[in-house]
Design a protein around this ligand. Structure first.
Ligand code: AMP
Ligand code: MG
Length: 324
């Protein structure tokens, strides 16, 4: 195989490069491929191929009105699918590659099924060498939601992808555990004011610091209209999860309880997982939820994190995992 110094630099060896090229061919022939990003593992299909995209919805059991994020390898590819404005360009320059999905007016190149019937589409350039090389090798944007059955915690390693939807994918590229562990921030920049549709890997404060204007949060009516994904229960473990501010409040009604948080609980949990900080709590959450549900615990008690930085995204996922 010929020398590709830029890939060597990015830490992709020849074996992985061969797998990526194979995966790219599968994408181009309308199949689904599991691949790592810096947030969670994605279930990818050619975003321009209606039939391939339909397979994603079927594999996940995902409602067809919940649009997919379109992954690109550079700004030029983003421009082939959405209308860019100056604010979007600035955010792309500042935060890409990275966990920031930007909702913009869609171009006709993107089939309606990819964008859940909306006239906007979400685009993002992932900060992961394998993902970027896959998109580059395929030469088309890749639509990819998280590679889990709809409603379940997102997968943060390749084994979990195989366990959850292994039969739907021809291959899963294994890039090891993911770096961020929670999904990307979804920011609508199609209108006058930027609006945070889903908190994620890039915080509201980071975006406000870059733009020097406030980022709006959806008011009660908005999330339903503007980010269809927030309508559905998500990230749910198979046992109940409740949230608490108080590490002492751990009676759990006589059930075998598991504790997750950054402080020690009082009482005797059946299992406890203490994270060193909010970043680690966020990064490990989905993996730990899946571990605990297999442990024999009957209920999970999760400490509410501070709502700064990644804490806002973490709290959002906990709330939705609890089904509140
Ligand atoms: P997932 O693919 O599971 O990470 O979810 C993608 C999230 O992005 C969901 O909450 C979607 O509703 C949201 N999303 C994708 N495209 C759009 C769009 N055009 N407008 C609003 N939200 C979007
Ligand atoms: Mg998801």
């Amino acid at each position: 195989m010929e020398e590709r110094p830029e890939e060597r630099k990015a830490g992709i060896n020849d074996e992985m490069l061969t797998e990526i090229r194979l995966a790219a061919q599968m994408i181009l022939s309308g199949e689904l491929v599991g691949f790592p990003t810096e947030t969670v593992y994605g279930l990818g299909a050619n975003a321009l191929d209606m039939e391939a995209v339909k397979k994603i919805y079927a594999a996940k059991g995902r409602p067809s009105d919940n649009p997919l994020i379109i992954h690109v390898c550079d700004i030029k590819m983003a421009e082939s699918v959405v209308e860019l404005n100056w604010r979007a360009r600035f955010l792309m320059d500042t935060f890409w590659p990275g966990p920031l999905s930007l909702v913009l007016k869609a171009k006709g190149t993107i089939p309606h099924v990819t964008r859940g019937g909306l006239d906007t589409a979400a685009v993002r350039m992932p900060d992961n060498a394998i993902a970027l090389e896959l998109i580059r090798a395929a030469g088309v944007p890749i639509a990819a939601p998280s590679a889990n059955r709809s409603g379940r915690p997102s997968p943060t390693d390749a084994a979990t992808v195989r366990e959850d939807i292994g039969d739907a994918v021809l291959m899963v590229l294994d890039g090891g555990p993911t770096k961020v562990g929670l999904e990307s921030t979804v920011l609508d920049v199609s209108g006058e004011s930027p609006m945070l549709l889903r908190p994620g890997g890039i915080s509201k404060e980071d975006i406000e610091g870059a733009l020097h204007i406030p980022v709006l949060l959806p008011t009660d009516g908005d999330p339903l209209k503007r980010s269809p994904g927030t309508r559905y229960r998500h990230y749910a473990p198979k046992i109940p999860l409740i949230m608490t501010d108080d590490p002492c409040d751990t009676e759990a009604g006589g059930k075998k309880w598991a504790w997750i948080g950054t402080s020690e609980p009082t009482g005797s949990p059946f299992i406890k997982i203490i994270f060193k900080d909010t970043e680690e709590y966020a990064k490990e959450l989905f993996r730990v939820l899946r571990l605990i549900e297999k442990s024999g615990a009957e209920i999970i008690i999760a400490q509410i994190p501070d709502e700064t930085g990644i804490g806002r995204a973490l709290k959002d996922r906990l709330v939705r995992a609890s089904g509140i």
